[in-house]
Design a protein around this ligand. Structure first.
Ligand code: HPA
Ligand code: ZN
Length: 327
């Protein structure tokens, strides 16, 4: 059978996507108009032209500007429903969506506005389209740990509406151990723990995500190949890496998709998965990540495809009974 057809049809879980990174330029302009927010781009075309990134920070600057159009609960609902529609079309059966509350609360949007809008979208998509959807609250690592602790406190009244916490934004210079206390508190609360590490940052950041924060999965983690002892640790403990091929290409983590190391990760026995990260900014949703990766990176076979889909379901925080039904 044709590999692209298999890639598209496989039931899969998405474990690394930022819901604010699903805002398409058209929706940014529609919400700006609806809310009377002034954008520093004149048109959809002009905004899209600015999506020429050289590294993570050059993307984050534009990503936070795009998120400034989100003000009401309906905005958060509409954004998440649009993403979940796209995910269903790509045969995503489970999605664990990151959201960045500080990006919104720092602008005066209430925590409950953010969480209620996103949660209602998850509930409605699950009922109407059958996709299983959950939320992971991310702390912005360029801000202080005190800000993260305050954010956690503000979110705790909605503890039943998110399944875990993560760590995102500017990696280099903001190592995982900066957030040791807030992650310890989240661990006591029984929240699932993940963190971005080893996207641009060194293997040492992956080690401290594991040993200081006690994360269950590492987001990106592709720099781990530079440290053989770390590779052994990730394989032994079956720590999943949520890899994002098109993101890595767009942010110049690898010069070309053909140079991506995901086959090396899989062949070393690591639990690698494929994810879209910020699909509106990086050139595609889940199935485009799979089809472009398999078209361009050498040596990937149907066996790798099956392994990636299996890994994604296995590494998800879904109930065991759901995983068995999907696998
Ligand atoms: N890395 C770090 N922070 C982010 C990303 C990413 O890929 N996407 C959105 N916030
Ligand atoms: Zn990410």
């Amino acid at each position: 059978s044709r590999l692209p057809a298999l890639l598209e049809a496989m039931p899969k879980a998405e474990l690394h996507m930022h819901i604010e990174g699903s805002l398409e330029p058209e929706m940014i302009f529609r919400l700006a108009q609806r809310n009377g927010v002034k954008l520093s781009y004149a048109s959809v075309e002009e905004l899209r032209k600015a999506y020429a990134f050289t590294d993570l920070q050059s993307f984050l600057d534009i990503y936070y500007a795009g998120a400034s159009v989100l003000l009401t609960e309906q905005d958060f609902y509409d954004m998440a429903r649009a993403y979940l529609d796209r995910a269903v079309a790509d045969n995503v059966v489970r999605s664990e969506m990151f959201f960045d509350p500080q990006t919104h609360t720092e602008r005066g949007v209430a925590m409950e506005t953010v969480i209620n809008g996103l949660h209602r979208a998850c509930v409605d998509a699950e009922r109407e389209q059958g996709i299983s959807a959950a939320l992971i609250l991310c702390f912005l690592r360029h801000l202080s740990e005190d800000s993260a602790l305050q954010t956690l406190e503000a979110a705790l009244p909605f503890r039943d509406r998110f399944i875990g916490v993560g760590l995102d934004s500017s990696e280099v210079g903001n190592p995982p151990e900066k957030f040791a206390r807030v992650f310890a508190r989240c661990r006591e609360l029984g929240l699932h723990l993940v963190a971005h590490a080893g996207e641009e940052g060194p293997p040492e950041y992956v080690w401290s995500a594991l040993d200081v924060l006690h994360v269950e999965r590492v987001d990106h983690g592709v720099q781990s190949v530079r440290d053989p002892a770390l590779m052994q640790r990730l394989a032994k403990d079956r720590i999943a890496l949520t890899v994002c091929p098109l993101s890595n290409e767009k942010l110049c983590v690898f010069p070309r998709l053909a140079d991506h190391n995901i086959r090396q990760l899989l062949d070393a026995g690591l639990v690698a998965t494929v994810n879209s990260d910020d699909p509106a900014y990086f050139g595609g949703y889940m199935n485009t990540n799979f089809t472009r990766l398999f078209a361009e990176a050498p040596g990937l076979t149907a066996r790798h495809a099956y392994q990636l889909a299996f890994n994604s379901l296995e590494a998800s925080f879904a109930e065991r009974a759901d995983k068995e039904r999907w696998q």
